[in-house]
Design a protein. Structure first.
Length: 227
């Protein structure tokens, strides 16, 4: 395990609850009602994909200019919530501090746009990450593999040598598509089990040695090699 690639929302910080508030506010703004099914479909998604889902759900014409303006409204609303304070997910600050103390390179890999990620980094701490990759900085956001491929490249590592830590279906698919072994810590939605994935219920139940063990187990079981 030569690096750890962290998802942000719902993995490091419990921001999905703030996204819930923002999404309900958006639907109020647009004159609709957000259903649990639609909300679940947007968890971990890029701004672009979220707008596609919202506009289709509300039967609106997918006009690029209107979708862009709506995305800006949502991000602005969410930024105010982020700036009011973010809560760490259980075990996340202790684990990230332990990895940093051991000198293990880390990257932040998120579908959240750069402007909002910068707000979150005020809580998380920029100094922990050798690289950050945001959803508006790659050709395709999660679930495409682009964000994780870019993060590994910025760390001068192969994706197969990096352990990805994710909480969503979208994020796990992205990391696995890039070739990373994936540790899944579900938050708002259930994430299916599968080859190349290991589930735990909380980061509070694992330490750096545990991450290495899981990485080695997944790499051996599914033919990944880090040499």
């Amino acid at each position: 395990m030569r690096a750890v690639l962290w998802d942000m929302d719902g993995t490091l910080v419990d921001s999905e609850k703030l996204w819930d508030v923002a999404m309900h506010a958006l639907y109020d703004h647009l004159g609709g009602i957000l259903t649990p099914l639609v909300r679940a479909a947007t968890v971990g998604g890029s701004a672009e994909n979220t707008m596609r889902i919202v506009f289709a759900d509300l039967g609106r014409d997918p006009d690029p200019a209107e979708m862009g303006a709506t995305a800006d409204w949502l991000l602005g609303y969410t930024a105010k919530l982020f700036n009011a304070g973010l809560t760490w997910c259980e075990g996340a600050p202790e684990l990230i501090e332990e990895l940093a103390a051991e000198g293990i390179p880390m990257a932040l890999v998120t579908n959240t746009p750069r402007s909002l990620t910068e707000c979150a980094l005020n809580t998380i701490g920029r100094h922990y990450f050798s690289a950050t990759v945001c959803g508006d900085e790659v050709p395709r956001g999660k679930p495409a593999p682009d964000p994780y491929q870019r993060a590994a490249a910025l760390l001068n590592q192969s994706p197969q040598s990096c352990l990805a830590i994710e909480d969503s279906v979208t994020g796990a698919a992205s990391a696995q598509g890039a070739g990373c072994p994936v540790l899944v810590v579900p938050n708002e939605v259930d994430v299916p089990a599968g080859p190349g994935r290991r589930h735990i219920s909380s980061l509070g139940e694992i330490d750096a040695d545990g991450l290495r063990y899981i990485f080695g187990e997944l790499s051996t079981r599914f033919g990944e090699r880090t040499a």
